[in-house]
Write a protein that binds this ligand. Structure first.
Ligand SMILES: [Zn+2]
Length: 656
């Protein structure tokens, strides 16, 4: 492991917290040190208050901040002297500890200080860095872990047995640190948890962390337990319908829709195919912290009911010795290892699935390296349970709150790179859905840079391209629940006698047949949607009120309309709802080039300006207006509605 320190970069971080922010970010950059909110850092500063009195203030990472992206505002200032005194108390329940920390902050509105704050306070050094380094976990979770750690570090680190983060750990360290610390002590290892480094200078503390972790890495390398190659013996057996089935079963078990992310890379697939998988994977997480995201063990294979039974037994066995009554969480797995699929991460949001995947990728490293050292040993399950059912976590549960309406669901939007399609992506995202956007325009792939959007280039008139896109969509999110059939073309205005065969056929191919192909390919997925499948068809006013010069367009949209009506009849038995929207004159779309606009205005003997608001309400209709209604049609308001045809046109004399 190399130090990432750069003097030039460091110089860009000014102010008393500058060096603290910089080295925290350096730690955050390396995922083998900290993952997703893991780890924390602090600095002790002397500051003057309003009365000119000097005070010692501990700035410690606030909860909800990631080291990689932390800003000065991400550090919570707490009164150092007071927090240090807490460590000497005989006992302090964790909820009360959190209250004490929160009420001894010096800045209203600062984030809650880390639950490891007292631990930072009792260490005498100015800068304290704490990570959950993979290499240290591998060594401490191997046989004779503690002996090995002492062998690697000698007096340079203080060694603390596993105790759950919170008051008890801090109080223990406060007693133990002065006993064990020697003149050359620069760190502290918490077995099965992580490592601390400290110094009076930010750079020195950071570089000590790198040095200490490197020592564990070198130890593993010497024992031939560092470079571990994982390869799959059998190829991936990914089938999207199987994944959608699994998602349905997991969502049913959870009681809410969940997204799945499938990873069949050689590392995950190879691990899932190991003969000793049960022994390795069922013991527990690399560090108990992960349990909040991953649950205590993965599901092996796809038997969700069997997993739920195992989880219930775990809860029942361990909750009896808890001091207060615990509420069982849902019994659905958050990860699965399957010899055909590889690794499957589950979560309510796309971000959650990515976090689970990241955590397990590092868990595999930790497990296999410890295994190479003589045998992976996870902590006893009761420690994992204590974190999963910690008072503070249970309190969060009671607070509840309801997530956005489409949380855990997947919407697929065609023609998503512009106009109504693009607005639909936004409308579904706003309601919590993960969105797959398809478009012929390759710009779709980079239009949204966020984990809950998958943009794919796809020619919808080609069946194989649709198949490939759906495979990618299901690998990424686990299924398709809502389908927005938006892609369409508007051929330039032509009198019937002038319509060429090619222009007629292309209108039919894109506006009718492509939608048929997408519907056919999505049907098995929509059938498996945890909250039933929904389709919204972006039709056209022309279905009921065609215009002169638009025969190909009007005929194709009318054919699509009939297709949708028949789908409502045929697919009602699968609980799939299909409703149509008939917009008119939505000018902020790719269909409406200046040329088309001028042509259509002329066809109605209007100026372009008159044509824009040519409706009963004299209101221009935007893509967003259409998209918002499309999203609502998939929501609870329309739960009992199928085969509806709703105009979004400001009112049209020829339709009413
Ligand atoms: Zn920690």
């Amino acid at each position: 492991m190399k130090s990432l320190w750069s003097d030039a970069e460091a110089a860009q971080f000014s102010g008393p917290l500058g060096p603290r922010v910089y080295t925290s970010r350096l730690l955050g950059r390396d995922k083998s040190l900290v993952l997703h909110g893991g780890g924390n850092t602090s600095v002790k500063l002397r500051e003057k208050n309003l009365f000119g009195e000097e005070e010692d203030v501990l700035y410690v990472k606030g909860s909800g901040w990631d080291l990689e992206t932390i800003e000065p505002a991400g550090f919570s200032p707490v009164t150092l002297g007071y927090v240090r005194r807490l460590a000497a108390l005989k006992s302090l329940p964790d909820p009360q500890m959190v209250n004490e920390l929160n009420t001894h902050m010096l800045r209203a509105g600062a984030p809650s200080p880390s639950v490891e704050t007292i631990l930072h306070a009792i260490l005498p050094h100015r800068y304290v860095d704490h990570t959950h380094a993979d290499a240290v976990l591998s060594v401490s979770n191997a046989p004779d872990g503690e002996k090995r750690i002492r062998e690697i570090y000698g007096d340079r680190v203080v060694v603390i047995p596993y105790i759950m983060a919170g008051f008890d750990l801090a109080a223990y360290c406060a007693r133990e640190f002065p006993k064990q610390a020697k003149g050359n002590t620069v760190g502290m290892v918490l077995l099965s948890h992580g490592i601390f480094s400290f110094a009076d200078d930010a750079k020195e503390s950071y570089e000590l962390m790198i040095e200490l972790v490197s020592m564990a890495e070198e130890y593993l390398a010497r024992k031939k337990a560092w470079q571990i190659e994982v390869r799959n013996e059998k190829p991936s057996g990914f089938e999207r319908q199987e994944v959608a089935k699994l998602r349905r079963a997991m969502s049913d078990q959870a009681g809410f829709p969940m997204l799945l992310k499938v990873n069949d890379s050689p590392k995950f697939l190879g691990f899932a195919q190991r003969r000793d998988l049960e022994k390795l994977a069922l013991q527990g997480p690399a560090t108990p912290d992960h349990v909040i995201r991953t649950k205590p063990f993965p599901m092996l294979g796809r038997d969700v009911a069997a997993y739920a039974k195992r989880y219930r037994e775990y809860f029942e066995k361990l909750s009896v010795s808890a001091t207060e009554k615990k509420t069982m969480l849902d019994a659905a797995p958050r990860m699965a290892l399957d010899p055909q699929l590889g690794f499957v991460a589950a979560g309510r949001t796309a971000r959650d699935t990515l976090i689970v995947e990241d955590l397990y990728e590092h868990t595999i490293d930790v497990i296999l390296r410890a295994e190479a050292l003589g045998g992976w040993r996870a902590l006893e399950q009761k420690h994992t349970f204590d974190i999963e059912y910690w008072d503070l976590e249970q309190a969060k549960l009671r607070k509840g709150g309801s997530p956005p309406v489409f949380t855990g669901e997947v919407a697929l939007v065609t023609g998503a790179a512009s106009g109504i399609g693009k607005a639909c992506v936004e409308a579904y995202l706003k309601r919590g859905a993960a969105v797959v956007g398809l478009d012929r325009n390759a710009a779709i792939e980079t239009m949204w840079k966020r984990p809950d959007v998958l943009g794919l280039t796809c020619d919808l008139t080609k069946k194989d391209e649709i198949e490939k896109a759906l495979d990618k969509a299901v690998k990424r999110f686990g299924g398709v629940d809502m389908l927005v059939l938006n892609a369409g073309i508007f051929p330039s205005s032509q009198a019937i006698q002038d319509i060429g065969a090619e222009s007629w056929r292309s209108a039919m191919a894109v506006n009718v047949e492509a939608n048929l192909l997408v519907m056919q390919a999505c049907h098995p997925l929509l059938k498996l949607a945890p909250r039933t499948g929904r389709i919204v068809v972006i039709g056209s006013k022309n279905v009921q009120a065609p215009g002169p010069g638009a025969a190909a367009y009007s005929a194709s949209k009318a054919a699509l309309n009939q297709l949708a009506r028949v789908a409502a009849l045929e697919w009602s038995k699968d609980a799939i709802r299909i409703n149509s929207l008939h917009p008119n004159q939505v000018f902020d779309t790719a269909l409406w080039t200046e040329e088309v606009l001028a042509q259509r205005a002329k066809a109605y003997n209007l100026t372009v300006e008159q044509y824009r608001k040519n409706n009963l309400l004299r209101q221009e209709v935007s893509s967003k207006d259409v998209a918002e209604l499309a999203a609502e049609m998939c929501g609870p308001l329309f739960a009992k509605t199928t085969a509806a045809q709703v105009p979004v046109d400001g009112g049209n004399e020829r339709v009413v």
